[in-house]
Write a protein that binds this ligand. Structure first.
Ligand SMILES: [Ca+2]
Ligand SMILES: [Ca+2]
Ligand SMILES: [Ca+2]
Length: 464
């Protein structure tokens, strides 16, 4: 049967197949046959490094001769569930401001996707140090989600990034993922929409440098702005290779959660001409510019989509880049490197091109730059306890009396006294004024008004 998948797979594979496209085509043939055969196919391939997470980052391609650099990442793992698409968080059970805050309990909705070709049974997900959930059976080609509550540790600094580990178990075996949750509401500390200048001027504090005889340096332009009237534009040139770089003013990074968000559209010779994002951190290599990912930054959305060729007249050769046609403006979000915290960084957008071929009017527009360098938080205080004793006449405790605790909005909780007249309310929200009153058919008690900032014990009631 496996042989059949191999021959079927060869028919399904693209022209000039790589070992991985052949492997995937064989899996596709196996799936099309209705038989879950991926393990049978991947199993024998594992010793050759064609396991589930093997990948080929670049398949040939160069502007002048050769096939460029092919990078192969070997893997020896079996297929398993994957945590995608991105998990989402809700804090409606907390302070409902849309972000995680220190001490707050949030609800994480965590999808698990099965694209292995095999049914996953008895699937569970455990947040290390937190709660877990049963996902049950996840069929191949399906995604299952569960919502799991997670409490951000109370002492978490505002603007930090909490890393959580998700341990997943099923009949496919164990696998694990780490995910990050920024803590606090981002605070924009720098914005630039390029709209206050007259095209082709560059805003004050921004610097353009270029190389290559035919290069047209970055300019502001009223053509194809994201926010009107202007965006910045670097043209894709189809003659001698060159590049142009746009460097921001220095921007303070206060917290680890800091992100850069910008809008851009690119239409370049796909795979050959493209744009990159660099950063200068004064404390790293004397502030030399390096690629944002190399520096430890993380793309949260719309990261690089291509690798430029090694052998090319594009001096950005062999770098990851945005290349090809974005089909209009897209939003890229990137988290700053840990090394940038406490530093003032500069960001640099560089567009490079080789010596031939460019789309008509092609190039790279960048607009609507926002830097969230700081965060603010609503600290969720831990609940406090209120306790005491209700007395009958003669100094005895009164059993079975209803004790009411009403907050400023009239929301009421009731406790009933025990055998010796003791009562207790736990986990009461602090920072408010409460009225505590006693309901008894035998005795009258004056209500007590308390400002609750901490635990209160010994809130006793004597009959009038
Ligand atoms: Ca919140
Ligand atoms: Ca603009
Ligand atoms: Ca080109």
């Amino acid at each position: 049967m496996v042989l059949q998948f191999v021959t079927d797979g060869m028919k399904l594979a693209p022209l000039n197949p790589t070992p991985l496209t052949e492997r995937d085509a064989m899996i596709a043939a196996g799936l099309a046959s209705g038989t879950p055969a991926t393990l049978q196919i991947c199993g024998p391939d594992l010793p050759r490094g064609f396991g589930a997470s093997a990948s080929i980052q670049k398949v040939g391609g160069a502007s002048t001769g050769g096939l460029g650099t092919v990078r192969v990442t070997e893997a020896f793992d079996l297929p398993n569930l994957f945590q995608n698409p991105n998990l989402t968080l809700s804090d409606t059970i907390g302070n409902n401001n849309g972000v995680a805050d220190p001490g707050e309990t949030i609800a994480l909705t965590i999808p698990l996707t099965n694209s292995t070709g095999i049914v996953a049974n008895t699937t569970t997900l455990q947040i290390v140090g937190g709660n877990s959930a049963n996902y049950g059976t996840i069929n191949s080609g399906s995604t299952a989600s569960q919502t799991i509550n997670f409490t951000v540790p109370a002492g978490t600094p505002c603007g930090s990034v909490v890393t959580i580990t998700l341990n997943v178990n099923s009949s496919l075996g164990a696998t694990s993922f780490t995910r990050t949750i920024p803590v606090g509401t981002p605070v924009a500390t720098f914005v630039q929409n390029f709209d206050a200048v007259t095209a082709p001027t560059v805003p004050a504090g921004w610097v353009v440098t270029s190389a290559g005889a035919a290069t047209q340096p970055w300019v502001s332009t009223f053509v194809s702005a994201d926010t009107a009237p202007n965006s910045m534009f670097a043209a894709d040139i189809a003659s001698t290779g060159g590049l142009t770089a746009l460097t921001s003013p220095a921007i303070a990074v206060t917290v680890p959660a800091a992100t850069l968000t910008f809008r851009h559209r690119y239409n370049s010779e796909s795979g050959f001409d493209g744009g990159v994002l660099d950063i200068s951190i004064p404390s790293v290599s004397g502030g030399a510019f390096q690629d944002i990912v190399t520096a430890g930054g993380t793309f949260i959305q719309n990261g690089y989509n291509s690798i430029l060729p090694a052998t090319s007249t594009n001096t950005l050769g062999e770098r990851s880049a945005w290349s090809g046609d974005s089909g209009g403006y897209v939003t890229t979000i990137v988290r700053m490197p840990a090394a940038a915290v406490g530093q003032s960084v500069q960001l640099r957008w560089t567009f490079g091109f080789d010596s031939s071929v460019a789309p008509v009017g092609g190039g790279w527009n960048v607009d609507t730059v926002r830097f969230d360098g700081n965060s603010q938080c609503i600290v969720t205080a831990a609940g406090v306890d209120v306790s005491g004793r209700v007395f009958a006449s003669g100094g005895r405790g009164l059993r079975g009396a209803a004790v009411r605790l009403a907050d400023q909005n009239g929301v009421m909780r009731t406790a009933v006294t025990g055998a010796f007249g003791f009562y207790q309310f736990t986990d009461v929200a602090p920072g408010q004024t409460y009225v505590v009153s006693i309901m008894s058919r035998r005795f009258n008690y004056s209500p007590r008004v308390v400002q609750l900032n901490d635990n209160i014990a010994g809130l006793d009631f004597q009959p009038e």
